[in-house]
Design a protein around this ligand. Structure first.
Ligand code: ZN
Length: 337
């Protein structure tokens, strides 16, 4: 009987051991991680998928993804990033994990991908019938600055009527949710958009807060499912479901992006960012929709500016430009660019 150990050669196992070692993912190079119960993806992985370069600007604090036309900057622990200088809010904070900058997988899927690779989303909506929703009205004045003699409901109607004329002049069909100083319930506004088969819904508002120093413009898109809205940081019960308005998540975001960037560029206003909220006027929409906050009536300088028709004309023009840029993007995606 031969000795079974006679031909045991430990070095024969070496290739197997090397292979096994290579298959164990290095913790530093993890593409994914679970942080506080949320799936995160490394920015290196994001960069790889988008054909961008990735680096820390300041190790553990600030990371950058870059390509020829696009720069994204991420600050660890912040719930926003900058896309070519524009502030875009995320649902979850940027994280640093084992030496890598990471973002929530859901934020990648619902914010980064629609903005940077919209070709991955279908069907591309058409854009002809636009419903403009002047916020408040009638018994509901909205935000007010009584000492400056301005209220929100008057400004939203004025800007809506200006924007309507401009859009009609370039061939769009425009419907207003109100064309006079009358009260319209929140639910009736998206209901009208759905009833007329709108292709885009734009709700116009102005802000007011206690601190008179706060100023600037912001645009809201519907919060994607299973992510907190910008104003909160936890997943409430309402966050754990999908609404009709979520069917158009990529287009909600694209429309909001072009409107916000156009306002910031043309008005010289503070960029308060592209934010997320499950607003009553957005969540039941069957078409893409956004909510614009066109300035702070509680800020004396901004209130005075908005009292002038020149400023409201400028705001309407910048919204028109944003819509035309969104249209141009849709045309390109549809192959008609
Ligand atoms: Zn309002």
């Amino acid at each position: 009987m031969s000795n079974p150990h006679a031909c045991f050669r430990p070095w024969a196992l070496l290739p197997l051991l090397i292979t096994a070692f290579l298959l164990i993912p290095s913790p530093r190079a993890a593409a994914q991680a679970t942080i506080n119960g949320t799936t995160y993806i490394s920015l290196d992985t994001v960069a790889g998928q988008l054909g961008m370069s990735s680096r820390w600007i300041k190790s553990g604090e600030e990371a950058e993804l870059k390509s020829q036309w696009t720069t994204m900057r991420f600050l660890v622990h912040k719930r926003w990033f900058f896309l070519n200088g524009e502030r875009i809010y995320l649902g979850m904070p940027v994280a640093s994990n084992r030496g890598q900058a990471m973002i929530a997988q859901r934020d990648y899927d619902t914010t980064i991908r629609p903005l940077l690779t919209p070709t991955q989303f279908e069907p591309v909506p058409k854009l002809y019938r636009i419903v403009i929703d002047p916020g408040h009205g009638g018994k509901d004045p909205g935000a007010q600055n009584t000492s400056r003699g301005v209220n929100e409901k008057t400004l939203t109607l004025d800007v809506a009527q200006r924007l309507k004329r401009k859009l009609e002049a370039v061939g769009y069909k425009v419907i207003l949710t109100r064309d006079s100083d009358k009260y319209v319930s929140l639910g009736a506004r998206p209901a009208l958009a759905n009833q007329v088969n709108a292709d885009l819904f734009i709700s116009l508002h102005f802000n007011a807060v206690d601190d008179p120093r706060v100023s600037g413009v912001e645009t809201y898109a519907m919060t994607p499912p299973y992510l907190p809205s910008t104003s909160g940081s936890t997943l409430t019960a309402s966050a754990r479901k999908s609404y009709p308005g979520n069917k158009n998540d990529p287009w909600n975001l694209l429309a909001a992006y072009y409107l916000q960037t156009s306002m910031v560029r043309n008005l010289g206003a503070t960029d308060r960012g592209l934010k997320r909220a499950r607003f009553a006027v957005l969540k039941d929409l069957n078409c893409p929709g956004v909510l614009i906050e066109g300035g702070f009536l509680s800020n004396p300088a901004e209130a005075e500016r908005l009292k002038t028709s020149a400023e409201r004309e400028k705001l309407a023009n910048s919204l028109l430009e944003g819509i035309l840029l969104y249209q141009k993007k849709l045309n390109i995606l549809r192959g008609k660019g």
